[in-house]
Design a protein around this ligand. Structure first.
Ligand code: DGL
Length: 260
């Protein structure tokens, strides 16, 4: 019986829909979320900078919440830093990487769109995923930094018109590319899953990694009861207090303020 929480880490708000999916599957567990919002956006930093921010951020999460496992709920952080995290920390990690394999399984036209940060789009790790799982597909990779910023700073659930406007240029490109599957390769975009699906139309599959991550967390936890359920908590490193209070409430987390 291990009542320590499952930790979640992202540069910002992107990991919250991942936490929600894991919580649906494992409601008896406790959760602690850290947004390294002082160093957002990761997607426009060098790989070395991202790596050092992620190591420091996970160190903070361990200090404030003592998690038994951490979900690195950020594609950019996972592709750049997962190996090093596994070397440096003793707890298990579950990474989030672009769902290229499920998209290749779904695409009939063999044409896949992939929305991610510049860092992820340029990373060799992504190249490897495409070679391994989608070698016979055309994968249209779009670096979508403006959309990442929109979600972090401006998006509010229910404000569909603003989301549609922010998506418009990317949707145009994806439609022109005639893709029939779109991978949400940045966790921030899972907040916009509904709006992206609506804009692309019912014949295009919108795919992310939430189900695979939730299954993997379940596999890695020790079998048996989770222990006493604590209040789920959210920490941040930046100053966007009101915005994070609001999202904490939306996701049923206690807002705990700055971790450092
Ligand atoms: N949420 C992060 C991801 O999945 C990226 C956001 C950022 O650029 O910091 O890649």
């Amino acid at each position: 019986m291990d009542s320590r929480p499952i930790g979640f880490f992202d540069s910002g708000l992107g990991g919250l829909p991942y936490l929600a999916r894991v919580k649906e599957r494992l409601p008896e567990e406790s959760f602690a979320y850290l947004a390294d919002s002082a160093h957002f956006p990761y997607g426009e930093k060098s790989a070395d900078e991202v790596r050092s921010r992620v190591l420091a951020g996970i160190g903070l999460l361990c200090a404030v919440a003592d998690p038994k496992l951490v979900v690195v709920a950020c594609n950019t952080a996972s592709v750049v830093a997962l190996d090093e995290l596994r070397r440096k920390f003793r707890i298990p990690f579950v990474g989030v990487v672009p769902a290229v394999k499920p998209a290749a399984e779904r695409s009939e036209r063999r044409r896949i769109g992939l929305l991610a940060t510049s860092r992820t789009v340029d990373d060799r790790y992504l190249e490897g995923l495409i070679e391994s799982f989608a070698a016979d597909c055309e994968v249209v990779r779009l670096a979508a930094g403006d959309l990442v910023r929109f979600v972090e700073y401006d998006y509010l659930p229910g404000a569909e018109e603003a989301a549609e406007a922010a998506l418009r240029p990317l949707v145009r490109e994806l439609k022109e590319s005639r893709v029939d599957a779109v991978v949400l390769g940045c966790t921030h975009f899972t907040h916009l899953e509904g709006a992206i699906g609506k804009a692309m139309g019912a014949s295009v599959a919108i795919i992310d990694s939430r189900d695979g991550v939730a299954r993997q967390v379940g596999r890695l936890l020790d079998p048996g009861p989770a222990g006493s359920k604590e209040r789920d908590s959210l920490y941040l490193t930046g100053d966007a207090v009101e915005r994070y209070r609001r999202f904490a409430a939306l996701y049923g987390l206690d807002y705990r303020g700055r971790a450092a």
